[in-house]
Each structure stands twice: as C-alpha cells, then as structure tokens.
Design a protein around this ligand. Structure first.
Ligand code: PLP
Length: 393
C-alpha cells in the first residue's frame, strides 16, 4: 500500500537534494569546525554558507542567526533571554493558540516562577483582536510572543503590525515562525520583529536542527552556556550535518516559494472544496482568506477525529487530528477550543497539510475515499444518537 502523506505540519520528508548535501559530512568530512586544522576548517566554510542561505530566506544578516537543536529550543531561548535581560519586567503577552513550545513554557513561568501572562483570545475563525492586544501592554511587559502561522489551522497572524505596536511600547517581539518559514515570504529587514524561531524538519530538512533570529544589538542572554560556538550565544559543538541540511533546505524553499503558493495551494483548494462539497456536516476551521497555502483543517461533525484517522490510516492516508503533540488525549485541541468550535465538531477535526511532494492523484484518491469513510463512521458513532435527539423531541 502506498503512503499518502498529508501531515506536513507535523514533519516533512527530507528533500533528496538536502540529503545529498549533508551526506559527506557524516562520512569523509566529519571534522569539528572549531578545530585549528584545515580538516575541521572546511566544515566551518560549509556552515558559513548554510548561515548565508538561512539569512537569505529570512532577509536578515548572517550575524543575526543562531543555530539551535529545534523550534522548541529556539522558542524557549527567545522567551528566557527576554526575561533574563530585563529582570524587572515580569509580564508576557502571548495567545491562546500558540504551539506547546510557547504555551507550556508560559504556563510553567506563571505557575513556577511567578510571571504574569496575558493570553490573547481569538474569534470563531481564529483571528486575533488588535484592540485587545493594544490593551494588554503593562509597564512591566518584557516580551510579546505571537506565532506567524498556526500549525493547526494555518491561520497567518499580523505579526509585522503587532511587532510595530510592541516597539512603540518598548517591548521585545518574538514570533514562532516554524510554520511560516518556507511557505510564505519573510523579510526581517523591513520589520520590527526582534526574534524569530524556525525548525528544520518543518521545511524538508531533518529533525534536530533549528534556528533563532536575534536582531542586531538586541540584549541577549544565552540558554546553553559552555563553549564559544555561535559567538557564545549557544554553546555545544555544532550539528554540522543538520545545519548544512537546513541551509540547503532554505535555498530550496526560496526557489520553491512560488510553487508552494500556486501548485500546492491549488491542490489544497481542490482537496478542501471537494471534501466540503461531498461530505455533509463538514465545516472549515480557520481564516479562509488568510492562511498558509498548504493547510486545511476540516471538522466532520458527529464523528471522532481519532476514529477518522484510524480509518484513513488503513487506506494509507496520513493526516492528524488536533496537533501531534496533544493527540493521545481526548481533549479537543486548545486551538479549536479557543475558537469556540462546538464540541461535536471540534472532536471530528482533521488537519490535512500538504507539501510540494503531494500529487493530484493523491488528492483524487482522498476525495474518492473520504465520503464513504465518514458515512460508515457516522453509522457507528455515539454522537449520531445525540444528533437524532432534537428531532425525536
Ligand atoms: C513543530 C512546531 C514547533 C516545534 O518545533 P520542533 O523543531 O519540533 O521543536 C514549534 N512551533 C510550531 C508552530 C510548530 O509547528
């Protein structure tokens, strides 16, 4: 059975060209870039190139990039740095729809370290309210952290505008751009964003590498302390293969940006339109007109998302319900709860997230398979009894 992979917001396939690029650095070229000899030095040259490629995709300077181990580390480093650099400021502004890498950290800081956190809410389409945002600032606000694009709905947030507002208040602005980088244009030169997180495995590089952009002259406190790597901003011998892979993936992302927003978007739109038209009681979750080109989050009313995923898995289709990090619990996703999606719909939400490796044939197969699959599940669903109730009275 062929696997149809539509879970690219959870992780992506390593692009074959990325894999080729990193291979020699596992085998012949295993030197340490900090070594004095040429053998290590030639690896250093490749790291420099990778840093240039990441900076080119983000529109920033090479000195503003710190390589990390993942998106979560970048997020934690950014928030901790802002707090440690401004010890008298004890307040954080974020949103209810962040990834756990931000949300769990903020909950921890609140419970264990006595920080105050404002969690901005959303409307039913997952959109933020900028007036609520403006009113959230306090004299002791240290940092605002708002994701550029949401991993579950694909919603794009007005982070450039929000960063300007933070700047007016003299508050640092961080964005978790893990889902945005590589999918939509990012240009940090022309923005007031102070820090930005990205992760390799969400843009066709391997797992275990990420980066944090820190604007020049922004006060910064390292998270990992030790050697002088990353100009003493992140200790630890560089993940040379991962960083080289991330550089290549960023180059390819720049080349594929146009296709992502035309070819991938058209496939997504075809899939979404087909599912909503052929499956009764299905609704789209998110901001239809302001989303990532690859993501579609659809609720199939009166069925369990986990049950849908199991049935999809049996025919080789990979997607997710809620986000991979929170599934396993039967709580509906915190993002859909923040949006106020009704219970019977929130439970049946499926996220389809595509990439440039998906094909039209795959979309057609999913469109042929899903209506029957949902119909069968609804016959068995405990919710279907609930659904009948109002009509019986
Ligand atoms: C995946 C993801 C992360 C975490 O990245 P890792 O590299 O897996 O730690 C953070 N934020 C968002 C929005 C994500 O989608």
């Amino acid at each position: 059975m062929k696997t149809i992979y539509m879970d690219n917001n959870a992780t992506t396939q390593v692009d074959p060209a990325v894999f080729e690029e990193m291979k020699p650095f596992f085998t012949e070229l295993y030197g340490n870039p900090s070594s004095m000899h040429r053998f290590g030095g030639q690896v250093g040259v490749k790291l420099k190139e990778a840093r240039e490629s990441v900076a080119a995709l983000l529109g920033c300077d090479v000195d503003e990039i710190i390589f990390t181990s993942c998106g979560s580390e970048s997020d934690n480093t950014a928030i901790r740095s802002a707090l440690n650099a401004q010890p008298n400021k004890r307040h954080i502004i974020t949103t209810r729809v962040e990834h756990p890498a931000i949300l769990s950290l903020c909950k921890f800081l609140e419970k264990k370290e006595g920080y105050a956190v404002t969690y901005l809410g959303t409307d039913e389409h997952g959109r933020l309210d900028l007036d609520e945002y403006r009113q959230a600032f306090r004299d002791d606000t240290a940092i605002v952290s708002v994701m550029w694009a949401n991993n579950e709905t694909g919603n794009i947030y007005p982070v450039e505008e929000m960063a300007k507002i933070a700047k007016e208040h003299g508050v640092f602005f961080h964005t978790d751009a893990v889902q945005a980088v590589g999918k939509i244009p990012v240009d940090l030169k022309s923005s007031a964003i102070d820090m930005l997180s990205l992760s390799g495995h969400k843009l066709h590089a391997p797992k275990g590498v990420g980066a944090l952009y820190v604007r020049k002259r922004l006060p910064f406190r390292p998270f990992l302390i030790g050697g002088h790597q990353e100009r003493s901003r992140r200790a630890g011998t560089e993940n040379t293969t991962g960083i080289i892979a991330l550089g290549k993936a960023c180059q390819l992302a720049l080349e594929n940006m146009e296709a992502e927003n035309t070819i991938v978007k058209n496939l997504r739109d075809k899939l979404e339109k087909g599912l909503l038209e052929t499956i009764p009681d299905s609704i789209l979750n998110g901001d239809k007109d302001n989303r990532l080109p690859n993501t579609s989050n659809i609720s199939f009313g009166y069925v369990e998302g986990e049950a849908i995923l199991l049935m999809m898995d049996q025919v080789g289709i990979c997607a997710s319900s809620g986000s991979a990090c929170t599934s396993g619990s039967l709580e509906p996703s915190h993002v859909l709860r923040a949006m106020g999606v009704p219970f019977t719909f929130a439970h049946g939400s499926i996220r389809f997230s595509l990439s440039r490796f998906n094909t039209e044939e795959e979309i057609d197969f999913v469109l042929e398979t899903m209506p029957k699959l949902i119909e069968n599940l609804r016959k068995l669903s405990p919710f279907s009894a609930e659904k009948e109730l109002p009509t019986q009275n």
